[in-house]
Design a protein around this ligand. Structure first.
Ligand code: FES
Length: 108
């Protein structure tokens, strides 16, 4: 049975917007694109940049440091120098809240 953690009120994430959240030591970014919500790790896989300070371009997040890009739906890199995928997190919207599924084995 998956455990869902309350991450944010749904209204706190606007259209085509992103918000960082920290839950149980996990630094995660929530994105809303075309009405759907996605979640990835906040730290870029190429370096130490925080993706929450980057630019959301459609379904891509552009890193603020070297402009690498990732697809927020899959975590796959879409522009160099990013080459390793981002971790994505299961997310759902229910009862006016955004919920994340954090697995116990995924220690930060
Ligand atoms: S730190 Fe993100 S692309 Fe280099």
């Amino acid at each position: 049975m998956p455990t869902w953690t309350d991450a944010l009120p749904d209204h706190a994430l606007g259209p085509d917007d992103l918000r960082p959240v920290e839950i149980d030591g996990h630094e995660i970014v929530l994105y809303r694109v075309d009405g759907e919500v996605f979640a990835t790790d906040n730290q870029c896989t190429h370096g130490t940049a925080q993706l929450c300070e980057g630019f959301l371009l459609g379904h891509e997040i552009e890193c603020p440091l070297h402009q690498g890009r990732f697809d927020v739906r899959t975590g796959q890199p879409t522009a160099e120098p990013a080459c390793a995928p981002l971790r994505c997190w299961p997310v759902k919207v229910e009862g006016g809240r955004i919920w994340l599924q954090l697995r116990d084995t995924d220690a930060p």
